[in-house]
Design a protein around this ligand. Structure first.
Ligand SMILES: *[C@@H]1O[C@H](CO)[C@@H](O)[C@H](O)[C@H]1NC(C)=O
Ligand SMILES: *[C@@H]1O[C@H](CO)[C@@H](O)[C@H](O)[C@H]1NC(C)=O
Length: 199
C-alpha cells in the first residue's frame, strides 16, 4: 500500500540517518515527537522512563495564629482586616486557629477578643492580638517574619486572669491580665505558630 510504502521509505531514510532508531519508533512518531530508542539487545523498544519533575512547590511556610480559651467562660473573637470576619464563639476549652494572612489594605490583621457577645461593636474591653507579615533583612537573619503585638483597648477584658502569648522574646506573660507598660511588639520567623492562651 501507498502508506506502508511511504513508511518503509521513511524508515529506510531514518535508518540511514540514525541507525540506532528502532522500527517501532515509527509508530511513536505518529503520536508526536517522542523519541523512542531501541534496545540493541532486544527487538522490543524501550520506552523512556524519564518524566520531567513537577515545578517546585511554593516553599512559603506560614505559621498559625492560635487562641486557646482556657477560661471557664465563653469569649468572642473577630479577625479583622479590611473586613471583619464573622464572630467566633469560643466556649471554655475551644480554640481558634488561622494561618497567618495578609490584608492588601491594612497590611496586618487584628484578632480582637471580648468577653461580651457584641463587644466589638459596643466598645467593650477588648484584647487585640495584631500581626503582620513582612520581609526583614538583617545580617545572618534574612527571610519572612511575622511582627506581632498584644494590647488591650477600652479596658482589660481578662483582668485577674493570666494571659500569655508564646513564643515571645522577651516573654509576653500578663500575670493578672493587665498589660505592662512599654512596647509589646515582637518579631519572629513567619513559619512559627503563635499561641495566645487566655486564663
Ligand atoms: C509590621 O509591623 C511592624 C511593627 O509594628 C512595622 O514596623 C512594620 O512596618 C509592619 N509591616 C507591614 C508590612 O505592615
Ligand atoms: C502549627 O499549628 C497547626 C495548627 O494547629 C499545626 O497543624 C502545625 O503542626 C503547627 N506547626 C508547628 C510547627 O507546630
Amino acid at each position: 500500500m501507498f502508506i506502508s510504502g511511504l513508511l518503509t521509505i521513511s524508515f529506510v531514510s531514518l535508518s540511514l540517518a540514525q541507525p540506532q532508531l528502532h522500527p517501532n519508533s515509527l509508530r511513536s512518531r505518529e503520536d508526536g515527537p517522542v523519541a523512542v530508542f531501541a534496545d540493541p539487545s532486544s527487538t522490543k523498544s524501550v520506552m523512556p522512563t524519564y518524566t520531567p519533575p513537577p515545578p517546585p512547590p511554593k516553599t512559603r511556610r506560614l505559621g498559625h495564629a492560635i487562641v486557646n480559651n482556657n477560661c471557664d467562660f465563653p469569649v468572642y473573637l473577630w479577625s479583622v482586616g479590611t473586613n471583619v470576619q464573622p464572630v467566633q464563639n469560643l466556649n471554655p476549652d475551644d480554640s481558634y486557629d488561622e494561618i497567618f494572612r495578609e490584608d492588601p489594605n491594612t497590611g496586618g490583621i487584628a484578632i480582637k477578643i471580648s468577653t461580651d457577645v457584641d463587644g466589638l461593636y459596643t466598645s467593650a474591653p477588648q484584647m487585640v492580638f495584631a500581626y503582620n507579615l513582612s520581609y526583614f533583612k538583617r545580617r545572618g537573619d534574612n527571610g519572612e517574619k511575622v511582627w506581632y503585638d498584644l494590647s488591650d483597648v477600652f479596658g482589660d477584658p481578662f483582668q485577674g486572669y493570666p494571659i500569655s502569648l508564646t513564643p515571645a522574646e522577651p516573654a509576653i506573660h500578663w500575670q493578672t491580665g493587665v498589660p505592662p507598660s512599654g512596647s509589646q511588639v515582637r518579631v519572629i520567623a513567619s513559619w512559627t505558630n503563635l499561641t495566645l492562651s487566655l486564663c
